[in-house]
Design a protein around this ligand. Structure first.
Ligand code: GTP
Ligand code: MG
Length: 251
């Protein structure tokens, strides 16, 4: 394996998000230009190599993986299982991904109106954002870590129950705010020594410490830009160009 020394890993974009949000459908669409009639619950990660271009005539269309003009950047798009019992599989990817350039967190905008789906989605997003926040904290202590952009891809906009992207954003922010309060209360109740509370609590707190309301803007302090963009993978005319362009600019 002498060649492994010279082999360079391409930049990586990670697809995370709850079950049934459309991660595998999106990966398949970007790879083949079509979505299969049926997808199966993912149990493992799956990667495809894609070419992103900023200067070809069709760079803003997700179909430009067939366009050979312009300058292309090869990158790996990695799909992960959304099931709660397989979270470790996704977490391992997030924790060990070298060359991780961006995270795309796919949510089902049509199901977010249901309190249980909102709670489960936000809880997973909280873990992901907190992980990246801690990673940024490690950077402050001297470790080299790049800024981490996060896209919340509000999928299934073709369904009439879908919340618009602005609502997806505000609903998630409210729920993330609720989660950080309840998690910090849990810590207070758990009998942690009074002296330790300060730093421990801060470490588990997402965003601006002690602030009343959570907003994605607060993640800027940790070099994280969070965008929320709507789209649809399986609509007759798939609407994923905005997501594609977002990724192309970040790899
Ligand atoms: P896990 O593998 O369980 O984590 O799910 P996943 O996020 O990979 O979801 P998957 O891509 O398998 O899609 C789940 C279901 O949602 C499938 O039946 C898709 O056809 C459907 N789906 C995906 N995107 C859209 C969309 O934009 N609109 C609609 N209406 N359905 C979609
Ligand atoms: Mg899947």
């Amino acid at each position: 394996l002498s060649s492994s020394a010279t082999y360079t890993t391409p930049p990586l974009v990670l697809l995370l998000g709850p079950p049934q949000a459309g991660k595998t459908a999106l990966l398949t669409l970007l790879e083949r230009g079509t979505v299969p009639a049926k997808t199966h619950t993912s149990q493992t990660t799956q990667s495809v190599e894609l070419n992103a271009s900023l200067d070809s005539a069709s760079s803003r269309s997700f179909r430009n993986h067939e366009d050979a003009s312009g300058t292309h950047t090869k990158f790996l798009l990695v799909d992960t299982p959304g099931h709660g019992k397989l979270r470790n599989v996704a977490a391992a990817k997030l924790g060990r991904a070298e060359k991780l350039k961006a995270v795309v967190f796919v949510v089902d905008a049509a199901a977010l109106g249901e309190p249980e789906t909102l709670a489960a989605t936000a809880s997973y997003l909280y873990d992901v954002l907190l992980h990246l926040q801690r990673r940024a904290g490690a950077k402050a202590k001297g470790k080299e870590q790049a800024a981490m952009p996060v896209l919340v891809a509000a999928n299934k906009m073709d369904l009439f129950t879908a919340l618009p992207a602005t609502m997806v954003k505000s609903q998630l922010e409210t729920e993330l705010g609720r989660i950080r309060v309840s998690r910090s209360k849990g810590l207070l109740d758990s009998g942690v020594g009074i002296d330790e509370i300060g730093s421990e609590e801060q470490d588990a707190w997402l965003g601006e410490y002690g602030s009343d309301k959570f907003s994605f803007e607060q993640m800027r302090e940790f070099d994280m830009d969070v965008d929320v963009l709507g789209g649809s993978v399986t609509a007759p005319e798939a609407d994923v160009d905005k997501w594609w362009w977002w990724m192309a600019q970040r790899v």
